[in-house]
Design a protein around this ligand. Structure first.
Ligand code: MN
Length: 324
């Protein structure tokens, strides 16, 4: 399919490059590094070859979210966003941008988001899970009250917020001891991000801001498969809902969330996600450079779904959501 739009597509700056070392073997680091630092060369060649018209670019992970000093976090985010704006300006026909946000200080994050959207023309924000703030053992999640003002600005600006994975801190990850292969994209990323998304749903955030849109990658981090059970168990024996939100969590999932296909190129999983959330709320993505563009595009272009759904997921939903 030509004209695809992809939106979980990463790059790195000198400040954040080394955050991506260690997920894959040392033997592929030279390759990954060159992919992360490239914007206009091989990336555009691959987009051309595989029918991707536009990428919405975002910084690698955990990057800003793992910088303990709030001032340094703000500085790295600003520098990355300025760099990204320059890249998009060179090829506005091929690239758009998501802002990195220094969530360590919600007021600073608000100002950076407003700057990126209003002055630089960014399409939203992509944030890599919880933030560490001063204390390396801190893990601050965005359902907490100090983030409500930020969410109100996200809603007012009418831009999506992409909740991207990061690993749990070692002190939060005893279950993975002895099994380091479970960390990262294999399992821990999805687990961490799914719980964060459930916290947002249950907090009442979407009652306060019903038009708020959150995007999850990797076909929803396992949530399409689990939402019915989450709601069913929360309603056991007719119990009162054990969280502040007014509705079932599945309702927020279906009305406030979009999912992307990043790094999850499997048709039965796509069809399951389509039955749970609808083809109008799924968006094509690859997760370049951690996944291959050809793997994503070759799978998607041939997946056994209707051509109408392929067009929606590959392009039309993103055109509508991002006013491209
Ligand atoms: Mn990613």
């Amino acid at each position: 399919m030509d004209g695809k739009i992809a939106l979980e597509e990463h790059f790195a700056t000198d400040d954040t490059l080394m955050d991506s070392a260690g997920y894959l073997g040392d033997d592929v680091w030279a390759e990954l590094k060159s992919r992360l630092l490239d914007i206009h060369g091989r990336r555009i060649e691959l987009m051309d070859r595989h029918g991707i018209e536009t990428m919405i670019l975002s910084l690698n992970a955990p990057a800003v979210q793992a910088i303990l000093d709030p001032d340094r976090a703000a500085e790295v985010a600003r520098r990355a966003n300025d760099f990204l704006a320059e890249q998009v300006q060179q090829r506005p026909d091929r690239f758009q941008a998501f802002a990195a946000l220094p969530m360590q200080d919600p007021d600073v994050a608000i100002r950076e988001l407003e700057r990126c959207v209003n002055e630089l023309g960014f399409k939203g924000a992509l944030v890599n899970g919880f933030s560490q703030i001063v204390d390396p053992e801190s893990a601050v999640y965005y359902d907490l009250p100090q983030y409500r003002a930020l969410w109100s600005v996200v809603a007012d600006l009418d831009v999506p917020f992409y909740l991207h994975p990061r690993n749990p801190l070692p002190s939060m990850a005893q279950i993975y001891n002895g099994h380091p292969w479970l960390l990262g994209p294999v399992w821990a990323f999805g687990q961490e991000t799914a719980v964060h998304a459930l916290r947002l749903m249950a907090s009442g955030l979407f009652d306060d801001y019903p038009a708020l849109t959150v995007i999850l990658g990797h076909m929803g981090e396992g949530l399409p498969y689990s939402m019915w059970r989450v709601d069913n168990c929360n309603a056991w024996v007719g119990a009162k809902r054990p969280y502040p939100a007014k509705r079932t969590l599945g309702e927020y999932f279906r009305e406030n969330f979009y999912l992307t296909t990043s790094g999850n190129f499997h048709t039965p999983t796509l069809i399951s996600a389509m039955s749970e959330i609808g083809a109008d709320r799924i968006l094509f993505s690859t997760d370049w450079p951690f996944e291959n563009i050809d793997h994503a595009a070759d799978w998607f272009d041939d997946a056994s779904i209707s051509e109408a759904d392929r067009l929606k997921i590959g392009r039309e939903n993103a055109v509508r959501l991002f006013n491209i």
